[in-house]
Design a protein around this ligand. Structure first.
Ligand code: FES
Ligand SMILES: [Fe+2]
Length: 373
């Protein structure tokens, strides 16, 4: 195994549209990506459509109560099947009315029985790998993908323990944050707290104790742990006796583009990144509560987060993206402290290794393919 890289990733990984294409066709198509929250599909027949990596997909709850994900494309002549979100008893294509069961199986179509030998049991919507993970639905376009437990060992149990009510949560609000930077700049910024004390005063003095902050890999998860400020210094009240993790903060970043974050008080919030193009990303901040009931604590916290940490990070990542385009930038040494801790970039080193692996592997395959042509 080659020794870990000691310098930051070359700027071209963040600025070259060709490398972004390689990521889209490779990494994004074989990793676990957030699709929707299970509470959006409470009843049989509830569905939501969404775009992922250039593909139109939809999730739907079938008659046995399971959630299924399909490519949103009719198996007749490729019209899209469903739009937006809603509830339906059957999936009816708007083009020629071919009709599918919620299980994806073709049920009927005008005049199909007139076709000699037409076997409707052979026609089925194309299904996509899916896993429910603490009430969140993730999909993977790679049918051979390893299960999420292999990618992110132990995380499901940990999040469940930190959010005991996760089965009853519903989204309270989703805040969409557009950032003019490559998705990796935003993800790296999220994955180190070396910049926290200087740039996130509220977070560093009102929520966590930066001197105890650390981030360690756990499979392809980066787990953030920290002690919290004393209760009297917290920026909002919490009931410490509610459960064993009521006073804890933690976050689980799931490579490549999702993070569960739990604030003291068992307040679950999420980040999910959607890469738009090589230098634009949208970050969705989700906030969740039992039955979707907002409270003053949650509303204040979400607002505080938006006005402080989120706003501060936008300035940072957009400045970095401009810098990556500068001819004057040479990738600098990462500050990797063997003892870890808040002032170490070991987590960025790990992340950049995953980034390199994802792109370089596919670049080599492409090169070999070109040579064979
Ligand atoms: S394309 Fe769907 S019924 Fe023809
Ligand atoms: Fe930050």
């Amino acid at each position: 195994m080659s020794p870990p890289h000691t310098h930051a990733l070359d700027a071209r990984y963040y600025t070259d549209p060709e490398l972004f294409e390689i990521e889209s066709r490779g990494l994004f198509s074989r990793s676990w990506q957030f699709a929707c929250h299970a509470s959006q599909l409470a009843e049989i027949g509830d569905y939501v459509t969404f775009a992922l990596n250039g593909e139109n997909l939809f999730c739907i709850r079938d008659r046995s109560g399971d959630i299924k994900t399909y490519y949103n494309v009719c198996q007749h002549r490729a019209h899209e099947l469903l739009r937006d979100a809603g509830n339906t008893k059957l999936i009816v294509c708007p083009y020629h009315a071919w009709t599918y069961e919620l299980s994806g199986q073709l049920r009927s179509g005008p005049n199909i029985t007139a076709v000699p030998g037409f076997d409707r049991s052979k026609v089925c919507l194309s299904e996509v790998r899916l896993e429910e993970f603490c009430g969140f639905v993730f999909v993977n376009l790679d049918p051979q993908a390893e299960p999420m437990e292999t990618w992110f060992p132990g995380v499901r149990d940990e999040v469940s323990a930190f959010v005991p009510d996760h089965g009853h949560l519903k989204p309270v609000q989703w805040v969409e944050i557009a950032e003019r930077c490559n998705w990796k700049v935003s993800v790296e910024n999220y994955s180190e707290c070396y910049h926290c004390r200087l740039n996130h005063q509220t977070f560093s003095t009102g929520v966590v104790r930066p001197e105890t902050y650390d981030i360690q890999p756990q499979g392809h998860c980066l787990r953030h742990t920290t002690e919290c400020q004393n209760l009297d210094q917290m920026s909002y009240p919490i009931d410490l006796d509610a459960n064993p993790h009521a006073g804890h903060y933690s976050s689980w970043f799931l490579w490549p583009m999702f993070s569960f974050q739990v604030y003291p008080g068992n307040i679950l919030n999420t980040y999910h990144w959607r890469a738009v193009d090589v230098d634009h990303v949208v970050v969705w901040r989700g906030w969740y509560a039992v039955d979707g009931m907002s409270s003053k604590v949650l509303a204040d916290l979400a607002q505080q987060d938006r006005q402080t940490t989120v706003a501060e990070d936008i300035d940072l990542v957009e400045s970095v993206q401009r810098g990556l385009r500068s001819r004057g930038y040479r990738p600098g040494p990462l500050v990797v402290d063997p003892a870890g801790g808040v002032n170490s970039e070991h987590s960025v080193q790990m992340l950049q290794q995953w980034m390199r692996d994802a792109v370089d592997k596919d670049s080599n395959i492409n090169r070999q393919k070109r040579r064979k042509l």
